[in-house]
Design a protein around this ligand. Structure first.
Ligand SMILES: [Zn+2]
Length: 455
């Protein structure tokens, strides 16, 4: 945020914000640089031409400079921000906006609302919304100071007459009744007593009021991010992570950045390879095969892999493998058979999970690494602790086997394939199931890293 607490320069005060709001951008520039002898006048041979910049001619200089100044302040470069304002004669905020900001930060609530009324806001609802937020803040600050009668007064004579948000008005009146006032205030309006709370209010107001009056916080960052996202989304061969995007050049991935050349053929299995998974930290790869084994591969610095362990013991083909969250252990599931847990360092089998008479078909870890789960041929899901104690199960109702499964990071949801075209979301706390139906048969799915999407 800018430092508005400074006294506006006399020049700044020459143009009221009401005037400036009514003026076009060109005349706004003129009005601000009009005093005789102003160096700006000689710098700008044609105000109209100068005010539009950029190769496509779609950026207004005034807007760009003010947005940059806003970014400078929000980055903490107050001195530079002020210098830019002085040099360009394009002030971030009008004198009216400065006044309004100061009034809010100083807690001169009624004066700040009066300033809003002077703005000639086209939309009456915006004025009401903004006034409501200001008076609500005033109400809580009064409560904070134990000035209950004054707070009641504000509620009755300032908030209620706005005739909006009746539900909130009701909640506010509740705050007056409860004896454990502070706890309730905190719940209703957290951080009211902190130094930043008025600044937070100002940011909320900023979103309501016209951007020409107060430039929205972080506007430049927002624009730059939009540009990066647009470039990324338009990148045909996009492969790297977002943190590799740079502001210095336009982003574009070359075709050869998509892995397209075989650098090594891994040969350890004697049958079809059914499943592959890299470990979480990427130092290992596990493969499973119809030859009834799984193999742990070590990934070396140069990108080449070597066999670390062959895991033998399954009686059927190994359908899938799953790395523990810390990559110290691996689960392997024999097709319609049992799940085995292996120690990655030694390659030894640590435990066998099985259901008598029911073959298991998939396996996975809970995010905390102290529970494992498996889908079974009877269409149920089973959960065990590491030592094999059964902690619960979900009776299956689907028509196909539970093959692909995932657990969200908070451990609250198990996601699995339920029917050919249906994904089942099982809430482990409420035990409530939700179904997502696809139009076509699902052959496989995977959960996004942020747990928001499954593919
Ligand atoms: Zn790319």
């Amino acid at each position: 945020m800018g430092s508005l607490d400074e006294i506006p320069s006399p020049k700044r005060l020459k143009v009221s914000s009401v005037e400036s709001e009514r003026l076009s951008n060109d005349s706004f520039l003129l009005a601000l640089s009009s005093p005789s002898g102003d160096p700006m006048a000689s710098h700008l041979p044609s105000q109209e031409k100068e005010d539009i910049i950029g190769p496509k001619g779609i950026i207004r200089r005034t807007e760009l400079v003010r947005t940059i100044a806003s970014a400078l302040y929000s980055l903490g470069y107050e001195k530079t921000g002020r210098t830019l304002e002085e040099e360009s004669k394009l002030y971030l905020r009008s004198s009216m906006a400065n006044l309004f900001r100061k009034q809010v930060l100083d807690g001169n609530w009624n004066e700040s609302v009066a300033t809003l009324h002077e703005l000639d806001l086209v939309d009456e609802n915006i004025l009401k919304d903004a006034s409501f937020q200001i008076f609500e803040h005033k109400f809580f600050e009064l409560l904070e100071k134990n000035r209950t009668v004054d707070a009641l007064n504000t509620l009755r004579t300032e908030i209620t007459p706005l005739t909006i948000n009746k539900k909130r008005v009701h909640e506010l009146s509740g705050c007056l009744v409860f004896s454990s006032q502070h706890a309730l205030q905190e719940a209703q309006h957290p951080g009211i007593g902190t130094a930043n709370s008025r600044l937070k209010l100002l940011r909320k107001l900023q979103k309501l009021l016209p951007p020409t009056f107060m430039i929205p916080e972080g506007r430049l960052e927002c624009l730059v991010e939009q540009a990066l996202i647009l470039q990324r989304d338009g990148c045909k061969f996009h492969n790297p992570l977002d943190n590799t995007l740079s502001l210095y050049t336009d982003h574009q991935c070359r075709k050869d950045q998509i892995p397209s050349q075989t650098i090594q053929i891994l040969q350890a299995h004697h049958g079809e390879v059914w499943f592959l998974q890299f470990s979480n930290h990427g130092k290992y790869l596990a493969s499973s095969s119809s030859d009834k084994s799984a193999v742990i591969w070590e990934v070396h610095e140069d990108g080449h892999l070597s066999r670390k362990h062959t895991l033998s013991g399954h009686e059927n083909a190994v359908a899938m493998v799953a790395w523990s969250p810390d990559d110290q252990q691996l689960l392997s599931c024999g097709a319609e058979e049992v799940v085995r847990r292996w120690d990655v360092t030694s390659g030894k089998c640590l435990h066998v999970y099985e259901k008598s008479g029911i073959g298991l078909s998939s396996c996975g870890w809970f995010p905390d690494g102290d529970k494992v789960f498996s889908g079974a041929m009877d269409k149920s899901m089973y959960v065990w602790d590491l030592d094999g104690k059964e902690l619960g199960y979900q009776q299956g109702q689907g028509t196909t086997n539970t093959s692909d499964m995932a657990v969200t990071k908070d451990g609250k949801r198990i996601i699995s394939m339920f029917e050919e075209a249906v994904v089942l979301l099982h809430d482990t706390e409420t035990k409530i199931d939700k179904l997502i139906t696809e139009e076509q048969t699902i052959t496989s799915f995977s959960l996004s890293r942020d747990d928001k999407f499954c593919y």
